[in-house]
Design a protein around this ligand. Structure first.
Ligand code: LLP
Length: 424
């Protein structure tokens, strides 16, 4: 087993949930060759630490894995999982395409030097402004979600534009309702009969070149079978040059999660493609969470340790300002004290925000947490910083990239000045 494959093992030590390459030295957590508690001293807390070597290895594992199974293909990173110019730059340099949802992600992707031809624009409510930005930038593929997209694009496009139609495959998935998208009545995409009508219509379009179909059935999916069913469903719409099969593979957040490996997921997609799609088709996939979640660790400092009626609260200097996964989707995370890794008594980790729902982890074993200590929460690379907010005037955290013992700031912490900067 290579070091890179370790993240999908079933190990029950906290390091097994940390980026591959993480070590424990004298009981201290070492991320990308740097002590986590020293990163806290240097960059302050809370901070999102991304292991750059682990991220690049995962990008290659995805790209090589897909290419070896289906040569006419591309991995298109779903950038909503961690939109930050430096991360766009890394993914672009690794040769990946990038999925952008709207103007903001498009701006960051372009700033990160991603080839516009490799961009895929998504959104169920793309405005004239956003579509104009995409057309002017030369975005390779625009995914049509609805008939208003078609009307807008036919009005705005001045030259030929490649498009895909997002199709609802009518596939149910066992994930949180808020992040399931493959079912009838989803707000994303068109039903199979609606897509069929649109396909006929687009064949006569002067500017919109219908390259193929797109389907994305949801996120944090821990079973491969629904992905195969989605391929089978969209195949009923006929033969196309391109099929974008979306993202959705789950990450391993807790010891009890056993997501399929990247390889098992790719086997499923390409086996289904061989069974149902034209052999000459180009396959795109859009992994977000499974690309980046396990490469990230958030470090906090303990601000208070307080005994409640039946549990002891460890309050840290972040919370739902930098991690909404818990309150929105009930996601469980695991954590450790950075300088006393593993074991300990059960504590409840809470944030600094003004509501009881601001709880990061309900009951997690920690060794003697004390004020000023650094706490590391695993698997926070995806969607945490994405949805960071200023609740209670919280400053959104920085992103620090670690690699081979070097640490560099990729995104600075917000400042109090930033909070005042938009005053009109
Ligand atoms: N493609 C499309 C069109 C998507 O909408 C998404 C995610 C992806 C790809 C990537 O899916 P992934 O591989 O990351 O599962 N805010 C939620 C996550 C919402 C996911 C939205 N779409 C969260 O924090 O969990």
């Amino acid at each position: 087993m290579t070091i890179d494959e370790r993240a999908n093992t079933d190990g029950n030590a906290i390091e097994d949930l940390m980026p591959p390459g993480t070590r424990v030295v004298d009981g201290r957590l070492v991320l990308g060759g740097r002590y986590a508690s020293e990163l806290a001293d240097t960059f302050d807390t809370p901070a999102l630490i991304i292991d750059e070597a682990a991220l690049r290895a995962r990008a290659r594992r995805y790209a090589d894995g897909l290419r070896s199974r289906w040569p006419n293909s591309r991995v298109v990173w779903a950038s909503k999982s961690l939109p930050c110019t430096a991360i766009y730059r890394i993914m672009g340099a690794e040769g990946l395409g990038v999925d952008v949802a709207g103007g903001g992600e498009l701006v960051m992707a372009l700033a990160g030097g991603v080839d516009p031809a490799r961009l895929v624009l998504h959104g169920n409510a793309k405005t004239d402004t956003e579509l104009t930005m995409a057309l002017e930038a030369g975005v390779g593929t625009i995914v049509i979600d609805n008939l208003d997209d078609v009307a807008r694009l036919e009005r705005l496009a001045t030259r030929e534009q490649g498009v895909l139609i997002r199709v609802i495959p009518d596939v149910e998935t066992a994930t949180h309702d808020a992040i399931a998208t493959g079912h009838q009545n989803s707000k994303f995409g068109l039903s199979i009969p609606e897509a069929r009508t649109l396909i006929d219509r687009l064949r006569g379009s002067a500017r919109l070149r219908l390259d193929g179909l797109h389907a994305h059935i949801g996120s944090q999916i821990l079973d491969v079978e629904p992905f195969a069913r989605a391929v089978e469903a969209i195949a009923t719409l006929g033969s196309f040059d391109v099929y974008d099969l979306g993202g959705g593979l789950g990450a391993r957040y807790t010891y009890d999660d056993h997501p399929p490996s990247i390889e098992a997921y790719l086997d499923t997609l390409t086996d289904a493609a061989r069974a149902f799609l034209p052999a000459s088709a180009r396959l795109l996939i859009e992994p977000g969470r499974s690309m980046i979640a396990e490469t990230g660790v958030t470090i906090y400092r303990v601000v208070s340790v307080k005994r409640g009626a039946s549990r002891t609260f460890v309050a840290v200097d972040g919370g739902m300002g930098d991690n909404l996964e818990v309150s929105l989707y009930g996601q469980r995370f695991e954590a450790t004290m950075a300088d006393r890794v593993g074991g300990g008594d059960d504590y409840t980790v809470v944030g600094r925000h003004c509501e009881s729902g601001d709880q990061l982890i309900d009951s997690v074993p920690l060794v003697e947490p004390a004020v000023g200590d650094v706490l590391a929460v695993a698997v926070t690379g995806a969607y945490c910083l994405t949805m960071a907010n200023n609740y209670n005037g919280a400053l959104r955290p920085p992103i620090v990239l670690v690699k081979d013992g070097e640490a560099r700031l990729a995104l600075r912490r917000e400042s109090y000045d930033d909070l005042l900067r938009r005053d009109a």
